[in-house]
Design a binder for this molecule. Sequence first.
Ligand code: SF4
Ligand code: SF4
Length: 442
Amino acid sequence: MSNAQAELIRQSFVTHVDENRLMDCMRCGFCLPACPTYIHSDYDETQSPRGRIALMKAVRDGVVEWDGSIEEAFDLCLGCRACEPACPAGVQYGTLIEETREAVLSVKSLSLKEKAVRKGAFDHLFADQRKMKTAVKLVTFYQKSGLQKVVRKVGFMELFPPFMKDMEKSLPTPPKKRREQLPPTEKKTTVAFFSGCLMDTIFQETNRNTIDLLNLLGCEVIIPKGQQCCGALQGHSGEMERARRNAKVNLEAFDLDGIDYIVNNAGGCGAFLSEYDRLFDRDTELHVLARRFVEKQIDISSLLVKLGIVEELLKQPKTEATEIVTYQDSCHLRNVNRVKDEPRDMLKAVSNSLFVELPDAHLCCGSAGVYNLLQPEMASRILGSKMEEVKRIQATTIITTNPGCLLQMKVGVEREGLSGATRAMHVVDFIHEKLMGSNGGK
Ligand code: SF4
Ligand code: SF4
């Protein structure tokens, strides 16, 4: 690398990566045992939070020369933020890795393919819900027209990497017939629902079940028009400007009077929504709007528990347990929003199932947005050890609270040949099944 290129990268780090945030790290190493990439890379320091922070600082100070191994260390970070709750110094690692990715992206020459993928995904698919719906209609046509059977029969999927093959088998099939939404009971609370891009397309039935459960607990549910993808995927990929554009659209869509809560049912989106205020400069109009938005943010498990779902579940007649249920945390729900008990409290209150804690449920499943597509080897290693634990506790139902984790669990079930014995479900679908008898979105 020429001196000019090295200086360009260093300057980009100086511009984007906050030095004070880096200096917060006192190098104690308490975060190391919480980091999945550190664990799954034979305890390689460069694959740990402390190692990555040291690399960020070294690049910024110009004391190491940028090379492929440094870029790989940043790329291999899941962005799961498990290092944050473990850190006694309150290091904002999530912000640091986003700043780092923005610094790299702003000087990196992307290949034509990378540019096309980013443009297609971020300027079209995740920027316009109509385009997302069209894409899902194509997938539905593929599943329902018989094309999927033909593709599998002629072995076309063999041309794809193993992870893509498993993903193709694990995509949820849309319900045959849309059922009627259950009517609301007496209104006590008004909730604006962030319906999400994936949740509102691939997992539409989960969204309908979410509204049913909220209605049951006395909520009027409003779905603000014009809302779009939260921007998390963009933000986590270093595309902060694109993330800000999506956030601005959502802030305007949810700027409504008379709302008690803004609820979401996707852990990853919820974490990004709950930090919208950090995307905008203090004292700007958008920052004020974002503060109001953030104060009303809540995830579906916390809201259901707050409104009395556990009491509703406990009213069900006690019967013998027919399944072993376990729970895989959504990293961002747990590490950013610090929600870990509420989903478990609901699962423990279900009358005809036995809740068994999944060992290391707090460690990422390897999904991490599009990490499983970009870093299939590490994602596969992480998923492999997760499924070993699922088998060890003989779980028949794996519950998650995020679409990416749910798809990853479905891939794991498929890959391990467990599809007859084990199912993966969103917590909302499971609770809906237990209280209202449907299993939509399974
Ligand atoms: S975000 Fe996750 S993968 Fe990245 S350093 Fe922190 S714990 Fe490790
Ligand atoms: S726990 Fe916090 S302060 Fe300690 S090494 Fe990790 S990031 Fe740095």
